[in-house]
Design a protein around this ligand. Structure first.
Ligand code: PA5
Length: 461
């Protein structure tokens, strides 16, 4: 495919003739429908009708993002970014993959991303940040997410107390008539709008991911170029050879054969946050009770991110000998920016001598291959994504590949991959119990539910 990503899917049938033939026959049954669905998907992609293609139509806003980021780089020692889910996971993945886990130790401005509501975390951060030299960014598409709104309240107060100017606060949200928009306008904060149709988990290739990327000195145009290369590949490959189409189809077929867990085994520590981003994307997009036709179908598979080789020492035993309900996507990065020779310091000892002449990257790749082969030989379906390097183009390609795979998988399942109705119930109970005015009429009902569940009449708040 593109030189940024190579995806090999020929081991998805597993090394098991019976399973292979069942899957082939399922695939044949799907044949009449899937091509139409795929052509529909490609037409939407080409016509830029999809929320997914908005990053490309958004490219015109990049100069504004770049100049804002340049200003922040010049003026500040720290950046505090508050956001959760799709409003922070992309930035985390970018930071870790392109800058590594120790970025804040020797780069300025340091970037702190706060997602969870957690007094211990917030307190620690408060001790680290000097607000007179901290840029403050708040990202919430809806502006109403409880964790982010609470953190914003808390840190905005601290920021103001330290003499921070509200005009310097940057807010990224939806262009809707909502509270955060009114606050931003009243205070005169910098406002950037997320594209209306773009849900959080699809927003990394917009100002949501681009502003933090540019603050770290990463050219967001390169992220976009990587995404564009994958889009070209999806459009150009014939259906028979189309990696995206065939991977989605096989994952869908395997799911219906009981392979209900999609493991992404990332052979790089710098992909840990990409793995979290993937889990949100796959889980929140495909896990749906209802089909578009209104039938209860309980769609989706459970995403699970693992890190190789580390998790060979925790999860691999389960993968190898536990229930055979998983599909494995192995991700490896071909060219690290540096490689290190491992010396054979102790030639007299068998367990230490054999490293002589090998490099760390070589060992990582050998361990990846060994794990993949061992799982495959025991009948487990495996595919492999080989990323070219640790560059913004490659990361942009990976983001777009998995977004497109998710959206097309949604079409196969017959669900809406852009909504998340299942998270509303818990949110509503939270709002009502926390005393949000517009939820007052439901408070009594939820309190009764809580009391029944907890087996007590004592109010919890
Ligand atoms: O993908 C999504 O839409 C969600 O995961 C959101 O990103 C998450 O709930 C945060 O929402 P918001 O950006 O509105 O604060």
């Amino acid at each position: 495919m593109s030189d940024l990503l190579k995806v090999t899917i020929n081991h998805l049938f597993g090394d098991n003739a019976e399973m292979g033939s069942q899957i082939r026959s399922e695939l044949e049954k799907l044949q009449p429908n899937y091509l139409d669905l795929f052509e529909e998907f490609r037409t939407s992609l080409a016509a830029e009708r999809f929320p997914l293609t908005l990053p490309f139509t958004e490219a015109g806003r990049i100069p504004q993002i770049k100049s804002l980021a340049a200003e922040i780089r010049k003026r500040y020692y720290n950046v505090l970014l508050i956001g959760i889910g799709g409003s922070s996971l992309g930035a985390r993945a970018i930071m870790q993959f392109l800058k590594g886990p120790y970025y804040n130790l020797d780069h300025r401005p340091r970037l702190f991303i706060l997602d969870n509501i957690d007094p211990v975390l917030a307190h620690k951060l408060e001790g680290i940040l000097d607000f007179s030299s901290t840029a403050f960014i708040y990202i919430s598409k809806s502006g109403s997410t409880a964790e982010s709104a609470a953190n914003f309240n808390y840190f905005f107060r601290k920021y103001r107390e330290a003499g921070g100017n509200p005009r310097d606060v940057m807010i990224i949200c939806d262009q809707a008539d909502n509270g955060i928009n009114r606050i931003a306008r009243d205070l005169g904060c910098h406002l950037l709008f997320t594209p209306r149709e773009l849900g959080g988990r699809y927003s990394v290739l917009s100002c949501v991911g681009f502003l933090p990327a540019e603050i770290m000195g990463i050219d967001c145009m390169q992220l976009l170029e990587g995404a564009a290369a994958v889009r070209r590949m999806i459009m150009d490959q014939q259906p028979g050879d189309n990696v995206l189409l065939n991977l989605a189809l096989q994952l869908f077929t395997l799911a219906r054969q009981g392979r209900s867990i999609h493991v992404l085994f990332n052979y790089s520590s710098l992909l840990a946050d990409f793995g979290l981003w993937f889990m949100q994307l796959w889980g929140e997009s495909l896990g749906k009770k209802m089909s578009l036709n209104g039938d209860v179908i309980r769609a989706g598979t459970t995403p699970l991110s693992a890190i190789g080789a580390t998790d060979q020492h925790s999860l691999l035993q389960l993968f190898a000998e536990g229930p055979q309900d998983k599909v494995y996507g192995f991700v490896k990065v071909e060219e690290p920016p540096c490689d290190l020779k491992i010396p054979g310091e102790f030639p007299q000892e068998d367990e230490y001598a054999y490293f002589e002449g090998h490099t760390m990257n070589q060992q990582l790749h050998i361990q990846q291959l060994a794990t993949e082969i061992s799982l495959f030989q025991d009948g487990n379906p495996c595919y492999r994504v080989t990323a070219r390097d640790y560059s913004p183009e490659t990361l942009g390609a990976m983001f777009f590949f998995y977004q497109a795979l998710t959206v097309f998988s949604g079409a196969l399942w017959g669900i809406n991959p852009f909504d998340q109705p299942g998270v509303e119930a818990g949110k509503n109970i939270t709002y009502a119990l926390m005393g949000r005015q517009s939820y007052a009429d439901r408070r009594e009902q939820y309190e009764a539910q809580v009391a029944r569940y907890e087996g007590t009449r004592t109010p919890i708040v």
